[in-house]
Design a protein around this ligand. Structure first.
Ligand code: API
Length: 289
């Protein structure tokens, strides 16, 4: 069947997805997991880190579903949320500059800080989940946080901090981001390992100052990406948990694709993320299956 599917490709700091607007027009789509794989394929599809659906919501102003390049569905996507917010505002799906977005990881609040070709968007990502059982991570004391826990992987010892932003993150602090073991630990942990039963986004963080960190990521389901919004939030939370940064202060996370400003708010315990959202292109994909 040759189905003509309208899409918009957007990115947040180079973390790019194919967005399908199922609010403005009904589309009967094929199996979503397989469609995400086809759209993401850079040889036979459009090429991206995955697919994001923009849908009506019964509990928020709009709803986001995110699928990785391998077709797996994730519960949250920070760069995706900023792009969904941009799209919704620019295309009149919402009428205010502040609105709510439903995700599988919980509802979040979006604010269009600056509209334009490059929109600046703030997302209130809500409260980070720190208990071992919520990441989830294997081990005793499932109701306790995992902060710089020593784990042995392939004969080497590493220290990991676990943070969930609705999706799982393992944060490893390193002395030099450019010599981090991303190629070893990414494939080993991201898509299924006894220590991370649901897989994990594997993040490496180097401290520059108390308010500035470098971050690189091997994403669950997509591999190395230019940026990971939930990962940047997890990196800032882990920096506070390991007493390398202060709660309540703005923390700049430098990612391969650019910077995000993250604040883990003292009063609300919510994590705020601010950064850009950009449309790369739009058009039609001919799904010949
Ligand atoms: N790979 C992630 C989903 C995308 C998250 C990332 N692109 C972001 O901006 O937060 C996961 O499976 O949890």
């Amino acid at each position: 069947m040759d189905q003509k599917i309208k899409f918009t490709k957007m990115h947040g700091l180079g973390n790019n997805y194919i967005y399908l607007d199922l609010v403005s027009e009904e589309m009967a789509l094929p199996a979503l997991n397989e469609l995400a794989i086809r759209l993401s394929n850079q040889n036979t599809g459009i090429g991206s880190d995955g697919m994001i659906l923009i849908l009506p919501s019964a509990v928020a102003d709009i709803r986001m579903r995110v699928f990785n390049k391998d077709g797996s569905e994730a519960k949250n996507c920070g760069n995706g949320l900023r792009c969904v917010a941009k799209y919704a505002y620019d295309n009149g799906l919402v009428t205010s500059k502040t609105f709510t977005i439903e995700t599988l990881g919980g509802n979040v609040k979006a604010e269009i800080v600056e509209a334009g070709a490059v929109s600046q968007v703030t997302i209130d990502m809500g409260v980070p989940r720190l208990e071992r059982g919520t990441i989830p991570m294997a081990g005793d004391l499932q109701d306790q946080p995992v902060i710089n826990e020593t784990i042995s992987l392939e004969g080497e010892e590493y220290r990991v901090t676990g943070v969930s932003m609705g999706n799982p993150h393992g944060i490893f602090f390193v002395d030099d981001i450019f010599s981090s073991p991303i190629q070893q630990l990414g494939p080993l942990l991201a898509d299924g390992h006894p220590y991370f039963p649901e897989g994990v986004n594997v993040g490496f963080v180097e401290k520059i100052t108390n308010q500035e960190f470098q971050y690189r990521v091997w994403e669950r389901g997509s591999g190395i990406t230019q940026a990971c919004g939930t990962g940047a939030c997890a990196a800032a939370v882990a920096a506070v948990l390991t007493e390398q940064a202060k709660k309540g202060e703005a923390i700049t996370i430098h990612l391969a694709g650019g910077d995000l400003v993250i604040t883990w708010d003292d009063a609300t315990n919510h994590v705020l993320m601010t950064g850009p959202a950009v449309v790369s292109c739009e058009g039609y994909y001919y799904d010949a299956v």
